[in-house]
Design a protein around this ligand. Structure first.
Ligand SMILES: C[S@@+](CC[C@H](N)C(=O)[O-])C[C@H]1O[C@@H](n2cnc3c(N)ncnc32)[C@H](O)[C@@H]1O
Length: 327
């Protein structure tokens, strides 16, 4: 496998989609550039070719992301071996000119949905998600609505990238996913979305004591989905633009080991707080996370990385060339 520069320039373009503000993105970009340099170094190309390589990195996130912090955190020159650009906007649609990217990276982003599935907000629909904020412990229609939204979103992402990535270009994705066996079928494993069940029941407890109305909780749902690995594989393999070069679960044993309940709760608070504030207002946030911490303490297995089965799926896709498939 190799990456071919385009035109007369020895330029390699890399995009990190959903990069946030650092430092993870800088660590990943450094590793990607070193790997590409190594690939060239060990190839049969003349030394002059790889010695003159230049890298341009596009850092993408939503327009609301703090790009100033990202830019302030950039490794300073001369330590930085690339030219940096910020690209604001949703990666569900086109962000770059046609066939302009050699390597795309995106980590811990694709489990975020573009919106809450429509049917689960509709009282007249069998998928209405009353009294919960996610699909665990919900009627099967709720889970199906989440799965359908995930499929639609992943397909939009792949279709947009199919336009932008050059033939034989690579895309490396890390996608938080769920094991294929449902938690309910195997009491040794806890489905990663059970965490949201505890958060949802904390909100319902607050509604019961009059801190907010039940309707307010009913109209709040989290736009995230941990796809079962099998479902993800089917979507990726059905895609006509990319071939699946590698797909494996990363070993997270140490990654998700958290020392105590407060660290565990703050990991989720960092990610969920803005969404909760937007819907319920800032005043309830401290009490909500205190109640959530109490529920975690009552169910400590949820903090055990051997039981809480988040699968971090690593997927390497290669853009098919014109000769192989549809461009
Ligand atoms: C959990 S963070 C991961 C950040 C970084 N990739 C990392 O590995 O540390 C998820 C990021 O994805 C971004 N994101 C979610 N949906 C997005 C979209 N449709 N377009 C661009 N960025 C998105 C969020 O704004 C957030 O910065």
């Amino acid at each position: 496998m190799t990456i071919t520069t385009s035109g007369s320039k020895n330029l390699i373009t890399i995009a990190d989609l959903g990069c946030s503000t650092g430092p993870n993105t800088f660590i990943a970009i450094h590793a990607i550039i070193e790997a590409i340099k190594n690939l060239y170094h060990t190839s049969n190309l003349p030394a002059a070719h790889y010695q003159t390589l230049e890298f341009q990195v596009f850092f993408n996130d939503q327009v609301s992301s703090d790009f100033n912090t990202l830019f302030k955190n950039l490794p300073p020159n001369p330590n930085r071996s690339y030219f940096a650009c910020g690209v604001p906007g949703s990666f569900r649609g086109r962000l770059f000119p046609k066939q302009s990217l050699h390597f795309v990276y995106s980590a811990s982003t694709l489990h975020w949905l573009s919106r809450v599935p429509k049917d689960i907000m509709d009282r007249s629909c069998s998928a209405w998600n009353k009294g919960r904020i996610h699909h665990t412990d919900a009627p099967k229609e709720v889970g199906e609505a989440y799965e359908a939204q995930f499929k639609e979103d992943l397909e939009s992402f792949l279709n947009a990238r199919a336009e932008e990535v050059v033939g034989n270009g690579l895309m490396a994705l890390q996608i938080p996913s769920a094991p294929d066996v449902a938690a309910a079928d195997d009491d040794k494993e806890i489905h990663p979305a059970r965490v949201f069940e505890l958060l949802g029941s904390s909100l319902m407890d607050m509604a019961r004591v009059g801190i907010m109305t039940e309707e307010k909780v009913d109209s709040f749902n989290l736009p995230t989905f941990y796809s079962p690995v099998k479902g993800m594989k089917e979507i990726l393999e059905r895609n006509e633009h990319f071939s699946v070069e590698k797909m494996e679960a990363l070993n997270l044993k140490n990654f998700y080991a958290v020392p105590n309940v407060y660290t565990f709760v703050s990991l989720y608070r960092v990610v969920m707080e803005d969404l909760i504030k937007q819907h319920f207002g800032a005043a309830i946030v401290d009490e909500l996370f205190d109640r959530f911490a109490q529920k975690v303490l009552e169910f400590p297995d949820i903090m055990n990385p051997r039981k809480l089965k988040i699968v971090m799926l690593f997927v390497l896709l290669k853009r098919k060339s014109q000769a192989e498939g549809k461009v």
